[in-house]
Design a protein around this ligand. Sequence first.
Ligand SMILES: Cc1cc2nc3c(=O)[nH]c(=O)nc-3n(C[C@H](O)[C@H](O)[C@H](O)COP(=O)(O)OP(=O)(O)OC[C@H]3O[C@@H](n4cnc5c(N)ncnc54)[C@H](O)[C@@H]3O)c2cc1C
Length: 449
Amino acid sequence: MTDTPIDAAIIGAGVAGSAVTLALAARAPAGFRTLIFDRAEPGPGTAYAPQSASLLLNGPVRAMSMMPDDERHFERWLVDEPSDALICRARYGAYARATVASALASRADFRHVRDEVVDLQRRDDNGYALTTHRGERFVARKVVLALGNFAPASHFLPETLQKFPGYFGDPWRVDVAPFENRDVVVIGSRLTAMDVVALLDERAFRGRVHLVSRHALIPRVEDPRVRGADPAKLGLDTSTPYALLRSMRRAAETFPGDWRSLVDSVRPMTPAIWASWSDRERKRFLRHAQAMWAVHRYRVPAATFAAFARLQHEGRVLNHRGRIRRVTVRDSELDVDVSSAAVSQTIRAAYVVNCTGPSCDIRRVDRPLVRNALSNGLLRADSLHLGIDANEEYRILDASGRAQSNLFGIGPLLRGLWYETTAIPEIVKHASSIAAELLREESNMAVAG
Ligand SMILES: Cc1cc2nc3c(=O)[nH]c(=O)nc-3n(C[C@H](O)[C@H](O)[C@H](O)COP(=O)(O)OP(=O)(O)OC[C@H]3O[C@@H](n4cnc5c(N)ncnc54)[C@H](O)[C@@H]3O)c2cc1C
């Protein structure tokens, strides 16, 4: 272990950790030692690493710059794409990789450590000791957790299914090539399920895909030309989830533009609305409105939807409403029993992909750093189990509810705090604010000096 502490440790080098690194590289004084930890190359993270032309961004080029002070940075990097195009995610991954690599190369005091952090301990001086999987140890004055999306939860699925060789628990790393012509069950019907259908279509898959989900709701199609309306002109009542949805319905009756514009008008206000609701109201939203809200807010690119619609028309994608109750192994296949209030049926399939969305409940996340930080009392789940508890300055609360001045969080981990916190525009904004917090002491010292 080196005893001289580094100034900042960023754990996780997906877009969130990379965006903090970029903001720091641009603003930190020379000699501000920063390490970014990840087994993977910094930049693409989970969402933008897969190399498939069928996996598209669901936000337009104009909204995807990684540079908080340069909105057109990505557009210029691409050179040849219109600002409202929904391009391939792999290309965004290339942009993220190149952008952060160039920032790292420009700073002698910044470095990528290609390893996973498995343990974090608070020190008496309010810094942190980090241990990596390979056993390297570091001391950091400040730490940012940018751990990203965890693979979907599986505890609600029968154990037989989880142990079946054709079960894929991580939909973002699934290789569909071996599926060939055998039937597949996809649990979920939202964006990740649409991605799996698009990947199968790309492979000229000839089997059937059974989507199984509680609501059987399919995301609405994105139109990237549409921009959010000015919420001030809509007179929405945001006091409770019910009031908000009712006033949005009312506004829709006379709204002259596209409905997406109305939905997107709420996006910039979401953290404030979320903060103004009580836990009871938030729970109500999650129970009764979230599924419907999600398919309107998180929309599918038209090209991805076209693959889904074509296969559905050919009878090769079937959308079932219900829950998986039981599975029975039949040699190399499974009988999957699905039932809803209305029907029960058995689907035979050779493969099952879990597309139920990122696991949010950190008590169930089986990753050493999360487990250890929870048992050390450095983290606690937020009251709704959407992520971890933190305050509005991105400072993570410890088990006793005290904000830790030198431990920060960003991205999906902060869902409970902001609700709207996982997409690039929000991540880049938050990264910029966190960098300012990390450097606040530095600038105070410089002024005092
Ligand atoms: C499939 C998918 C598609 C998406 N598409 C879009 C889109 O089109 N537009 C949009 O705006 N948003 C999209 N999103 C939202 C997405 O959450 C963000 O865009 C963004 O990629 C999240 O970045 P992140 O860095 O927080 O997480 P991640 O990309 O998950 O990165 C986290 C990184 O942390 C590393 N890590 C975790 N634990 C440790 C540890 N202990 N030590 C070291 N490293 C660790 C992981 O290896 C990983 O590389 C998408 C999300 C998904 C999952």
